[in-house]
Ligand binder design. Structure first.
Ligand code: AMP
Ligand code: GLY
Length: 427
């Protein structure tokens, strides 16, 4: 088989590495890929950007892959899956309609309410008057969210009404362009967060092991929000009992709701959850795999990923039972100086060393040059390790991080080492 993967992040390197290891696969193309995918066995980069929808369709028509996997949200929300399917090419990823679960927070709030799926109480507003009226009626912490895609920056957790009003005013004033012309303002939930990622063919689904990411840039969950500075699997807060509740009250009603609404969904679905005292609640959906959650989860996936993805595309996932390594895994992201603002680029990366069965470096914002790999984006590398327990995985990953150098490198020292959460007696 020939597989095409769209994207250039750590998630796409991890997916390409895992799929290239399949005996079913002759070649994996990555558009546009990075310096890590460029040297992966059986993998070839093709220089078409993930936002160039016309260019991707043209390239896919020429390459005729047996299967295309779309990594990031932007091409999904822009309808790349619809375009590839219309061209007769098999593709994993929701259509533009399905991708609204990530592309519009207002759509998702309405969907969750109609299908009685637990989430924070919220209002959708399009004017400052309506925003301020809701904020005045709900004193205390609130969360203000731009409706559309804002590269992970369109959410403000406001401690009080003044902060919530300032956020609403800035978003409605155009801070995120059209993405902020509609806002969701919602109750601030308290608890421990976790990521629950599944693969679905629209009817059946398989769940990946649970995971948890670290969104803030600095140690102790401080500093600005980022795309994710590290992740580990399994999540600290999802017991088997809670996982059953998540499946019954969130995942299954969501898939049924999509079907009932005439919008069957195929692909990865990522539920960002808060474990609250009254049970797990949806913070957000993503219509794709998580980044950096993919990196530790792919290290734990013992089965071949390719038949799983094929089964999702052909509607036969009910026959699949993937096996996972029981050992935990953890990924430490090394980011460029300046991230999450304007990252420095073009700095030589040294000390990458050799991967082992327990430790693998996935590339993200990197580019190949004659001198070697250089930095080419905010998140540069994901140093990912398996261990007998989380502490062992953490020790292996951080030992490897010590050898990797590039100018201005920043990383957190406490991935997988959150202080124990306040105990939450909820289901
Ligand atoms: P989202 O992009 O919607 O996941 O929001 C980004 C981050 O904001 C989440 O990972 C949470 O840490 C936080 N967040 C979002 N919604 C809420 C909420 N209702 N209550 C508390 N924190 C939230
Ligand atoms: N790690 C969070 C995300 O992929 O959105």
């Amino acid at each position: 088989m020939k597989i095409l993967i769209i994207g250039n992040g750590g998630r796409e390197h991890a997916l390409a590495w895992k799929m290239a290891s399949s005996p079913l696969v002759r070649e994996v193309l990555v558009a546009p890929g990075n310096a890590g995918t460029a040297i992966e066995r059986k993998v070839r980069n093709v220089p078409v950007a993930a936002h160039d929808i016309d260019g991707l369709v043209e390239r896919a028509r020429a390459e005729r892959p047996d299967l295309t996997v779309i990594g990031p949200e932007a091409p999904l929300v822009a309808g790349l899956a619809d375009r590839l399917q219309a061209a007769g090419l098999a593709c994993l990823g929701p259509t533009r309609e399905g991708a609204r679960l990530e592309g519009s927070k207002a759509f998702t709030k309405d969907f969750l309410a109609r299908h009685k799926i637990p989430t924070a109480a919220a209002a959708t507003v399009t004017s400052q008057e309506a925003a301020f009226a809701y904020i005045d009626a709900h004193p205390g912490p609130l969360v203000v969210k731009a409706d559309g895609l804002a590269a992970g920056k369109g959410v403000v957790v406001a401690a009080d009404s003044a902060e919530a009003k300032a956020a609403a005013q800035s978003m409605l004033g155009g801070a995120f362009g059209a993405a902020g012309s509609t806002l969701v303002i919602e109750e601030c939930l308290v608890g421990v967060e976790a990521s629950y990622i599944i693969l679905t063919d629209g009817r059946s689904y398989v769940a990946f092991p649970t995971s948890e990411d670290h969104k803030r840039r600095d140690d102790g969950d401080r500093g600005p929000n980022t795309g994710g500075m590290g992740a580990f699997s399994p999540a600290s807060a999802i017991t088997p009992e809670r996982e059953a509740v998540i499946r019954q009250t969130i995942i299954e009603p969501t898939l049924k709701g999509l079907r009932d609404d005439g919008c069957p969904y195929t692909g990865f679905l990522y539920a960002g959850l808060m474990m609250t005292a009254s049970g797990p609640k949806v913070l957000e959906f993503n219509c794709r795999f998580g980044d950096p959650e993919t990196q530790p989860i792919m290290l734990r996936l013992a089965s071949d990923l390719v038949p799983l993805v094929q089964a999702a595309v052909t509607g036969t996932l009910d026959r699949m039972q993937p096996a996972f390594d029981p050992r935990p895994a953890l990924c430490v992201v090394m980011a460029a100086g300046g991230y999450p603002g304007e990252p420095a680029t073009g700095d030589l990366i040294t000390g990458l060393g050799e991967d082992t069965a327990e430790c693998k470096i996935f590339h993200a914002g990197t580019q190949s040059t004659a001198q070697g790999p250089v930095t080419h984006g905010g998140r540069v590398l994901g140093v990912t390790a398996l261990g007998a327990d989380l502490a062992a995985a953490r020790a292996t990953a951080y030992a490897r991080v010590q050898h990797v150098h590039f100018k201005g490198a920043q990383f957190r020292h406490d991935i997988g080492n959150r202080p124990p959460p306040r105990e939450n007696k909820g289901p």
